[in-house]
Structure formats: structure tokens, C-alpha cells
Design a protein around this ligand. Sequence first.
Ligand code: HEC
Ligand code: HEC
Ligand code: HEC
Ligand code: HEC
Ligand code: HEC
Ligand code: HEC
Ligand code: HEC
Length: 354
Amino acid sequence: MHLRLRGAFILIAFAGAMSLAVPAYAYNETGDPRYTACVDCHGVASVSVNGTDTERQGPHGGYIATSRKCKACHYVHSAAGGGRSLLPEVTITEACEICHDGTGGSGVYGVLIARGLTPAALHRVDTTRAVPGGDPVTGGTTQTVFVGGVGGTLGCIDCHSPHNASTVASFTGDRRRIATDTAGVVSNRLLKRRPTSSDVTASVYGSNWCGACHKGRIKFGSAGVVNHPSDTTATPGYFHYAAVQVLTTVGVSTTTSGTLGANNFGYVLPDPRTVGQGAHRPICQQCHEDARNVGDKVFGQISSGTPTETFVVTTNDGKQPGDNPRFQTFPHESPNSALLVETDDDLCTNCHTP
Ligand code: HEC
Ligand code: HEC
Ligand code: HEC
Ligand code: HEC
Ligand code: HEC
Ligand code: HEC
Ligand code: HEC
């Protein structure tokens, strides 16, 4: 832990200097003397904004005879003592945060604190082995031995494959990575088909992916535990993040097949249900995603009014408080409890007319 704190102080000092000197592409891009050229981190010499799917994966995968990406993470002769797999830092988290450093507010962790907010819900790393809703029978908490965090706790590589090996199908996400980027990067986010503790393979990112760890939250109507129904691989033509029913536009109650990413049209279900929705249930991510205003059932979304309900992301990492969603940090951290899109009855009335 003290290593990370030390890093934070140095980096804050660098961030101040950086904002005057060079345009910052992402946090810590010139702060660490071991990683200075674009190629040191991205694995390729030139990086264009908004590149293709594989270009957006930096040193993670895409290994060919002439690429030099391994050395971005593995130090053949000068790795950290007490670490593992010849990584430059002792813990996996520290190794990832050489580049994905959230202490300055650019990243997937630490963004809320940098903007003066306290996260209400988190997937904490290096902290816990307890999975809420992990027991498939009772729906209670289970203890799991993870591989990514210190002492068997949850860490980055329990969900992500650093080498982009055995990962899910690509999908459209919400997040901008730098200010001049656009929302809607299409990639697999290095999500493992088999997150640690899973006993099934999730080829797409949807309920089953979350249910790999939260085994007791995916069951509906089994003996010991009853959850709100979710669409899973057990549902014929099952919905997942890249394929749900979304509103066709604002102010309507018609839907079409589309992605949850880069719009808010998939978080409201017209009631009565549309033909496309049929007997499908919501996926976990229709209730658990970045906090935002999404509108209501029946009349869908309105484009005007306060707060606005349409998807608006104008910059990166929550710098514009008016963005909807302001933060694109799910499932790492959220200002809403239980990582919910909306809270209380505001959530239920997205899809139900009581
Ligand atoms: C210290 C490592 C590091 C260095 C050096 C670095 N980058 Fe990055 N860059 C990153 C990381 C990590 C991200 C993703 C940030 C995120 O998702 O929070 C990123 C994101 C980007 C993006 C936005 C994503 C995209 O593909 O459009 C661009 C563009 C980019 N960098 C360009 C550059 C250029 C050009 C250089 C050299 C001048 C450079 N970077 C040097 C680590 C680095
Ligand atoms: C983005 C960082 C990163 C890059 C780039 C990277 N690795 Fe790894 N590598 C890791 C991490 C993290 C682990 C897991 C460490 C652990 O579980 O102890 C790992 C583990 C390994 C292992 C141990 C066995 C295994 O697969 O878990 C080998 C061997 C390995 N990497 C080789 C390579 C080679 C060869 C390349 C380039 C083709 C490469 N790595 C590129 C981060 C990286
Ligand atoms: C690799 C296992 C794993 C996967 C995959 C996973 N989770 Fe979790 N989840 C955990 C653990 C462990 C915790 C406890 C984290 C903590 O205490 O900081 C947790 C906590 C939570 C919480 C409670 C957070 C809070 O602070 O109240 C929610 C909600 C949640 N997960 C939902 C999801 C959703 C939705 C997905 C899919 C997008 C998902 N999880 C994927 C392991 C996982
Ligand atoms: C519980 C599982 C889980 C853990 C633990 C986790 N992530 Fe993620 N991460 C995800 C998921 C799911 C996404 C895709 C979210 C989306 O696009 O909607 C993601 C996305 C990302 C992205 C891409 C964001 C973008 O711009 O699209 C980065 C970078 C990332 N994670 C880094 C990390 C790092 C570094 C750690 C550890 C410090 C970590 N993650 C821990 C599940 C996890
Ligand atoms: C040497 C720098 C470096 C290190 C170390 C590093 N990454 Fe990355 N990572 C990058 C860059 C560069 C990108 C691509 C950013 C872009 O162009 O969009 C990236 C992208 C990602 C993405 C998004 C991939 C996608 O499909 O969209 C995830 C998730 C991620 N990294 C997780 C991790 C995890 C987990 C670790 C630790 C095991 C790690 N990274 C270590 C530089 C690094
Ligand atoms: C209809 C909306 C909805 C759906 C769908 C949904 N959840 Fe939840 N979830 C909630 C709400 C609301 C909470 C807040 C705590 C509560 O009321 O139990 C919650 C809490 C949680 C928690 C933390 C507290 C606990 O008791 O475990 C986890 C973990 C979780 N959900 C995982 C999932 C997973 C995994 C899926 C998909 C298989 C899922 N949820 C689907 C609404 C939903
Ligand atoms: C993203 C849309 C969505 C949200 C948000 C949502 N639901 Fe549902 N809910 C559904 C769908 C779809 C079904 C399946 C039946 C149907 O179409 O109405 C369902 C079914 C139900 C059922 C009937 C379960 C059974 O036994 O068959 C109840 C009760 C329910 N929801 C309560 C809630 C509550 C309480 C909330 C808020 C915490 C909530 N729902 C949020 C979409 C949603």
C-alpha cells in the first residue's frame, strides 16, 4: 500500500507540471521515467485518436514477430523483488496502475475522489475475498480465492486478461478515454470468458458474465433464493449487453434491437412490452451500470427538460458535471449504491407501471 501512496504524491506533482508543458493524452503518460515514448505503453510507435478495435488495446494482445509489447509489462532482468511473473511492481494492481493510474482522476478507479465525490459502491481491489450474492443456493455471501489481488483478494486480472486471451465478443462501451476521444469504443475490454470462480464460459458480456461470480443473483425461482428475473443463456435468443431492445428515438414507445452502450435507450422498457421485448427479462446491466437519468416507461425519454435524459458524454472522466452519465467507471466504482443506474422507485418505474 505504501508504494501506491508514494506513487500518488509523485504523480500529483507531475500532473501539475504536465498540464503546462505537453498535451496530456492519458494520465501519467510522461510521469514515469520508465515509460516515456508512446511505444513504451501502447506497444506501437504512433497512436491515432479513435483507432480500430485492436489498436485500442495497447500492449494487450496483437503480438506479432515484430511487435515489442511484452516488455511493457515483463522485466526480464530487473523485475520487482517479491513480485510475480517478472512484473515491474510487486502487486498486479501496481503493475496495471503504472499506466491505468486513477490517482489523478483519469482511469477507472479514483475518478470520483478526484472530483470530490465518495464512491457509494465499488468492486474494490486488494481488499476482499467475499462475493455478495455468490452462494448459488442461498444467495448469500461466499468466500472465494481470487488470483488478482493481494492474499487471494479480488484484483484486475480476475475480470481482465492482460494478454487478451480467451476474451468475450467485442461490444460498444460508454467511456471516453481522453478528452478528444469519442464515446462508443468497440472492443472486448479484455474481459475473460471465465472470470475467476466461474463454472461456465460466457462468450458475450451479459448477465452470465456477472453471474460467473454472483452465482446466487442469477437464479430465478430456484428453491433457496428468488431474484428479480434476468435474461440468461437459458432464455431462447437471450439478450446481452450488445443485444437488447432499445427505444427507437426520444418520446416514443417503440423499440428495436441494439446495444446498451453509448445511448440511454436500453434502460427503459415500454409498458405494455413491445413485440421485440416479448417475454425477455432485463440483463444485470440494465439495472447495474453507470449512474444516469434515463427517462421512464410508456413515453420513453424526453430530449429536453432538467435533468436531460438522453446520452450526453462531452469529455472524459467526469470533468463535465452535466454529462449523462457523468462517470463511465462501471463496474469499478459508482456514486450510486449497489452500482445502480438509478435508485429507489426511480429505477423500478423505468420499466414498470405499478
Ligand atoms: C505511460 C503510458 C503511456 C504513454 C507513454 C502514452 N500513453 Fe497514450 N494511453 C495510455 C493509456 C493507459 C491509455 C488509456 C487511458 C484510459 O483508458 O484511461 C491511453 C490512451 C491514449 C489515447 C486515447 C485512446 C485512443 O486509442 O484513441 C490516445 C490517442 C493516446 N493514448 C495517444 C498517445 C500518444 C500519441 C502517446 C505518445 C505521445 C501516448 N499516448 C503515450 C498510456 C500511455
Ligand atoms: C499489460 C501487461 C502485460 C503484457 C503486455 C504482457 N503480459 Fe504477460 N502477464 C501479465 C500479467 C499481469 C500476468 C499474470 C501474473 C500472475 O498471475 O502472476 C502475466 C503472466 C505471464 C506469464 C505467466 C504465465 C501466464 O500466462 O499466466 C507469461 C509466461 C507471460 N505473461 C508472458 C508474456 C509474453 C511472452 C508477453 C508478450 C507476448 C506478455 N506476457 C505480455 C501482464 C502482461
Ligand atoms: C470476478 C468476480 C466478479 C465478477 C465477474 C463480478 N463481480 Fe460484482 N462483486 C465481486 C466481489 C468480490 C464483490 C465485493 C466487492 C467489494 O466488497 O468491494 C462484488 C460486489 C458487487 C456489488 C456490490 C457493490 C457494492 O459496493 O455495494 C454489485 C452490485 C455487483 N458486484 C454487481 C456486479 C455486476 C452487475 C457484475 C457484472 C457486470 C459483476 N458484479 C461482476 C465479484 C465479481
Ligand atoms: C469485477 C470485475 C472487474 C474488475 C475487478 C476490474 N475490472 Fe476493469 N472492467 C470491467 C468491465 C466489466 C469493464 C467494461 C465496462 C464497460 O465498458 O461497460 C471494464 C473496463 C475496464 C477498462 C476499459 C474502460 C474503457 O475505457 O472502456 C479498463 C482500462 C479497466 N477496466 C481497467 C481495470 C483495472 C486497471 C483494474 C484493476 C485495478 C480493473 N479494471 C478491475 C470489470 C472489472
Ligand atoms: C505499459 C502500459 C500498460 C500497462 C502496464 C497496462 N496497460 Fe492496459 N492499456 C494500455 C494501453 C496503452 C491501452 C489502450 C488504450 C487505447 O488506445 O484505447 C490499454 C487498454 C486496456 C484496457 C481496455 C482494452 C479494450 O479492449 O478496450 C483494459 C481493460 C486494460 N488496459 C486493463 C489493464 C490491466 C488489467 C492491466 C494490468 C494487468 C493493464 N491494463 C496494464 C496500457 C497498459
Ligand atoms: C431489476 C433490476 C435488477 C436486476 C435485473 C439485477 N439487479 Fe442486482 N440489485 C438491484 C437492486 C435494486 C439492488 C440493491 C439491493 C437490493 O435491493 O437487494 C441490487 C443489488 C445487487 C447486489 C449487491 C447486494 C446483494 O444482495 O448481493 C449484487 C451483487 C447484485 N445486485 C448483482 C446482480 C447480478 C449479478 C444481476 C444479474 C444476474 C443483477 N444483480 C440483476 C437490482 C437489479
Ligand atoms: C430494465 C427494466 C426493468 C427494471 C428497471 C425493473 N424491472 Fe421488474 N421486470 C422487468 C421485466 C421485463 C420483467 C418480466 C415480466 C415483465 O415483462 O413485466 C420484470 C418482472 C418483475 C416482477 C415480476 C417477477 C415475477 O415473479 O414474475 C416484479 C415483482 C418486478 N419486476 C419488480 C421490480 C422492481 C421492484 C424493480 C425496481 C427495483 C424492477 N422490477 C425494476 C423489467 C424491469
